[in-house]
Ligand binder design. Structure first.
Ligand SMILES: *Cc1c(COP(=O)(O)O)cnc(C)c1O
Length: 417
């Protein structure tokens, strides 16, 4: 079900006309739906009912405080990849005891803060990280809960930039290396082995790579048990795909049913780290058409959003659906390249779109709730967009648009004369 739907000819976010939000808060503007976030998060809990589990939303997909707040109220755990994300989770009211800390390179300061807060688990990616964490925990005379991220060498069959489970990737440790690192961990006084984790990639539209991975992880759990190391939880990462165009990813329910079937009655707690599948279709990016420009063989619709606001088309050649906020019946269709004002040929949001467009029209990009605002920058000295959360008929401005003053904050010219 979508929470961004046309009522008559007018696009709504839940019960609010998108054009009303644009009139009040300007463009470009990200709009999130609280109900959509809740529904996609709760789908995991429903599918895992009766199984010991923790769903840790991957903060990097969309780290707005309001998004984290909505999920924290539902009892979500959080998967973080930096100390900054940890502070966001705290500021939004998230429970640190439900935080897992991922990422290839956690600093000693980040480890110390996470230990003080008593996070659920450190997902370690190298022996170096394990040694460092043991030292930090020793200084605090405490014991750090750890899991090792394994790289199962499974092809997630997704875009190379978002595929992370092949042996040539920088992420995780090969299964045999992991075994040795687990043995090392078991000898340490200030870490406790609690889990085993992986994350093989993003935007997966097939269950098979997940299940192949699960089988490989279970083999490792058994090998570890043989040498006296008990794994209490299995963290299968995130990665479930969403529909941007015509992809048909498995439902959360189908994926979880298959996982539970393979797991059988093993006494393992299940963790997941979904990001995209929770946030992507809970957000749109609204923009206004500034100019229409035609060259010998192209029609360009130049909009006020750009690659600095939404990087996915430029970075991943991602196809994102773009539709007028106000549908016009019987309009003349033209094939448009929808581009931003940034001085880069790679600055496009959509190519070859058949639309009936006039200067000043509002457009909405769908599926923009994940890996959208979080990847935005100030390139070309463009202030970042406003973010709004809709909840039924209520509209909350959850991040005001940046000002030109914000752009210069923290900078100085040379002070010498
Ligand atoms: C990015 C990431 C996720 C979330 O991936 P999605 O494809 O957005 O679900 C989960 N875990 C780790 C370690 C990640 O790096």
């Amino acid at each position: 079900m979508s929470y961004f739907t046309f009522r008559g000819e007018t696009l709504h976010a839940e019960d609010v006309a998108v054009s009303d939000i644009a009139a009040e808060h300007g463009t470009p503007c990200y709009i999130y739906s609280r109900a959509a976030l809740e529904a996609s998060f709760l789908a995991y809990g429903d599918a895992l009912a009766g199984t010991d589990h923790l769903v840790c939303y991957a903060v990097k997909a969309n780290s707005s405080l309001a998004v984290l707040d909505v999920l924290a109220r539902l009892g979500a755990g959080f998967d973080i990849v930096s100390g900054g994300e940890l502070e966001r989770v705290l500021a939004a009211g998230g429970d640190p005891a439900k935080v897992v800390f991922s990422g290839v390179s956690k600093t000693a300061d980040e480890m110390a803060r996470a230990l003080d807060l008593g996070i659920h688990c450190f997902n370690l990616e190298s022996e170096g990280e394990l040694e460092a964490l043991n030292c930090v925990a020793a200084e605090k005379a405490c014991v750090a809960p750890v899991s090792i991220r394994v790289n199962p060498d499974v092809d997630a069959k997704t875009h190379p930039y978002i595929s992370t489970g092949l042996k040539e990737n920088k992420f995780g440790l090969a299964i045999d290396e992991a075994l040795a690192v687990y043995q090392r961990a078991a000898q340490m006084n200030h870490v406790e082995v609690v889990g085993l984790d992986c994350h093989i990639g993003s935007q997966l539209t097939d269950i098979t790579p997940f299940i192949d991975t699960l089988h490989r992880l279970l083999e490792l759990v058994d090998r570890l048990a043989d040498i006296g190391i008990t794994i209490k939880h299995l963290d299968l990462g995130g990665g479930l795909g969403v529909t941007y165009r015509d992809e048909q990813p498995p439902s959360v329910a189908d994926y979880m049913d298959e996982v539970r079937r393979v797991l059988g009655d093993r006494p393992l707690k299940l963790l997941f780290e979904p990001g995209r599948s929770i946030a992507a279709n809970a957000g749109i990016l609204v923009m206004r058409t500034e100019y229409l420009k035609s060259t010998a063989d192209h029609h360009f619709a130049i909009v006020d959003a750009a690659m600095n606001d939404m990087l996915r088309p430029a970075l991943y050649q991602a196809w994102m659906d773009i539709q007028p906020v106000q549908r016009r019946s019987g309009g003349h269709l033209t094939t448009w390249d929808i581009v931003g004002p940034v001085c880069e040929t790679g600055d496009f949001l959509g190519k070859g779109r058949e639309l009936s467009l006039s200067q000043g029209d509002l457009l909405a990009m769908f599926g923009a709730g994940a890996y959208g605002f979080v990847m935005s920058s100030n390139y070309n000295s463009r202030p970042r967009a406003a973010e709004v959360m809709v909840d039924g008929t209520a509209v909350h401005l959850v991040r005001r648009r940046e000002t030109l003053e914000d752009l210069l904050r923290g900078e100085t010219t040379l002070t010498e004369s």
